[in-house]
Every structure is written in C-alpha cells, then in structure tokens.
Design a protein around this ligand. Structure first.
Ligand code: SF4
Ligand code: SF4
Length: 360
C-alpha cells in the first residue's frame, strides 16, 4: 500500500476503544477498473438515476457480447500502460444488471479470465435467481443500493416496496455466504437519515458501506435541479461522523473526498488512473461526469476498442484550473465558492477520489 496515504485520526471511541483509521485512497497507476453496464433497463425509477437511454441506448448485451467485451478489457494491449487482467476489477452495472439473463455467465467468464475482483451493483431485486447461479467464490461483492434506513425514507426516492425488497435481498445474499456492501446516495432528501444507516447495515451483515454524493445528472438534473445537492457545510457535518460510526461498528466505509484545500495536490483520474465506463451501445468513457454527453474517449466497434478523435473528454482533462475538476466547474459550478479577489476558496476533488475509514 505504498501509494496510499494513511493517517490516524485521534478519535478513540471510549466505549469500544477502537482506533479509527482514515486514508485517502489515491489513484493507483497499477490498477484499472471496468464499470460494465450490461443493459440500461431497470424495474425501478429512482429519483437520482443517472442512466440516460438517449446517450447509452436500450440494448441488453447478450452473453456472447459480454464475454467478448470482457476479453477485450482483459488484454494488456487495451491499456495505456502494460497491465494484466489480474490488476483489473470489473463491476457489473445497469440499469439493473440482474435483469440481464446473461449476467451469471458474464460473472463466470470474468472469473475464468482472471479479473482481480468481480462486483455486482444491484437494487436488491435479484432477478433471474442470480444468487443460485453464482457462488461466493465467483463474486467478491454484491453491492446493494439503499437510500434510507426505513421504507419511509428510502421508498420515496427508490420506489414503493424497494426497501423491503433490498433488505430481503441483502439477508438472502449474506445467508448464502456472499460478501455484501451497500451504497447510499446522499441528497437533501435523505441526508438526515444517513446517521441511522450504520446500525441497520451492521444488523443486516453488510461489510462495506459506500456513501455517494448526488450529482446533477440523469433524473436529478431533469426533475429537481440543484435542490437535491448538498452544501459543503452539510456534507462535512454529517458524512465523516457517520463514516466513523460505521467503522466503529466494524464496517469499512468509503466516501468521496469532494472538497480539497487549496494546498492539496489535485489529480484527475482521467489522466493518472485507468477507469473504463462501458455502455451497451459501445460508448466507453473514462470520466463518469461526462456520461451525459457524446464526449466518450473510446468506442467499441466490431469488438475492438477504438480511440475517438477530438473533441472528447480527454482534451478537457488537460485544462488546468485552480478550481480542480474541470467537469465539476462546467456541470456543478454551484459547488464552488470564491473570495473577494475571485480566487476559489477550495478545490473540488476528482469524483473518483475516496476516503476510507476503518477501525482496528
Ligand atoms: S436501481 Fe439504479 S438503474 Fe434502476 S432506476 Fe434506480 S438508480 Fe437507476
Ligand atoms: S471527475 Fe473531474 S477530475 Fe475526475 S476524471 Fe472527471 S474531469 Fe477528471
């Protein structure tokens, strides 16, 4: 872990006597992540859904295509640097990936090809009996999206009945021996409930807790604009404390760094890391904030990864600005604040930069 920053935070919990560790998970040039959207269809209509069928189509990838595309990204020649499939994590996404009947075969193929880890992000409905078709040896994590600690908070955001379906899915996965994580997308609608999540997740047998910040993309952009977004003050007053509580309970908690001091080094993952966001229409982005625009760096044509000519997201990554992330400045300027001289008071970190909180 030489490329990570560890720092102990001086908060020893008196009742548990646990020391909380916080580290910024720096971008690792020796690893890459494949975020593989195998369809865009979903049974839910979450308020903050970022799926954009206008940009990414309505295709459901068949088994043959999923396998071919997994092979494409398991080849070291695909990469900008010399890397192997053993350094590549694959995350199956949708839409709802379990709606794709080819998911189980995709998981098995990823394992067979030697991917470093295999994760499935799900809304918890677990279609096509997915838990019966794969094993804990084949899936490193099932990651369940839950946006509240009760139906009263979760269901207005994710849909009626979704809390019960998701928590039942978590229980079932844990019982079968799968390692389970949970993702909470924080917005003004549910941030008040975030502190209730660690106890719930601990009780359900969840091991890792990811807190995400809502972006103004997809449905959240169409419907409610910036009213769902959290201020710096609200984020900083709720999220680190909840993460610490989760760690005290034995969960590993991740949350985006979001705000950087002016002095802190800013890095754009598009330049220093290797992430591929693959969509079923063949578009391949390297920055998730660009996904609503035809700015993708690559496309898959005839099962080959083809670099696109300018203008793509790649050209934007090279624009150096004092505010940090270029895409944030273009898409979410409300996140920024300036002093009387027009200098930014802080920078916005790359959305891929995370803090990890653990206890020992
Ligand atoms: S479960 Fe995911 S893909 Fe489905 S509507 Fe909700 S956010 Fe969108
Ligand atoms: S979120 Fe910003 S910093 Fe991160 S890859 Fe995209 S443009 Fe770069």
């Amino acid at each position: 872990m030489s490329n990570t920053l560890w720092k102990r935070i001086n908060m020893k919990n008196k009742s548990t006597d646990k020391t909380i560790k916080k580290r910024t998970v720096q971008f690792r040039p020796d690893s890459r992540n494949l975020f593989f959207h195998i369809l865009t269809a979903c049974n839910l209509k979450c308020a903050h859904c970022y799926i954009n069928q206008e940009q990414h189509g309505t295709r459901t990838l068949d088994e043959d295509t999923i396998k071919k595309w997994l092979r494409l990204f398991s080849s070291s020649t695909t990469s900008r640097a010399i890397k192997a499939v053993e350094d590549t994590n694959v995350i199956f996404l949708g839409g709802e990936p379990t709606l794709n009947p080819a998911l189980a075969e995709g998981i098995k193929e990823a394992r067979r090809l030697g991917y470093a880890s295999v994760t499935v992000d799900t809304n918890g409905y677990l279609f096509n009996d997915i838990l019966e078709k794969v094993t804990p040896e084949e899936v490193d994590y099932f990651s369940f999206s839950l946006d509240g600690s009760s139906p009263e908070v979760n269901d207005p955001i994710r849909g009626k009945g979704s809390f019960d379906a998701c928590t039942a899915g978590i229980r079932q996965a844990v019982e079968l021996g799968f390692t389970v994580s949970s993702i909470f997308t924080a917005s003004t609608e549910n941030i008040h409930d975030l502190p209730n999540m660690p106890e719930l997740l601990k009780g359900l047998g969840v091991s890792r807790f990811f807190i995400q910040v809502i972006g103004i993309r997809g449905n959240s952009a169409k419907k409610e604009g910036t009213t769902l977004q959290l201020t710096k003050q609200v984020w900083e007053s709720v999220v680190p404390e909840t993460a610490q509580r989760a760690a005290e309970l034995g969960l590993i908690c991740h949350y985006p760094t979001v705000f950087l001091s002016k002095e802190t080094l800013f890095e754009c993952a598009g330049l220093v890391a290797e992430n591929y966001f693959v969509f079923p229409n063949g578009r391949v982005y390297t920055c998730p904030l660009c996904e609503d625009y035809p700015l993708h760096s690559y496309e898959i044509k005839d099962n080959k990864l083809v670099r696109r000519p300018p203008l793509t997201e790649m050209e934007l990554f090279n624009l150096k600005i004092p505010e940090g992330c270029v895409m944030n400045k273009l898409l979410h300027p409300g996140n920024l604040s300036y002093d009387s001289n027009g200098e930014p008071l802080y920078k916005i970190a790359c959305c891929m930069l995370k803090e990890e909180i653990t206890a020992n």
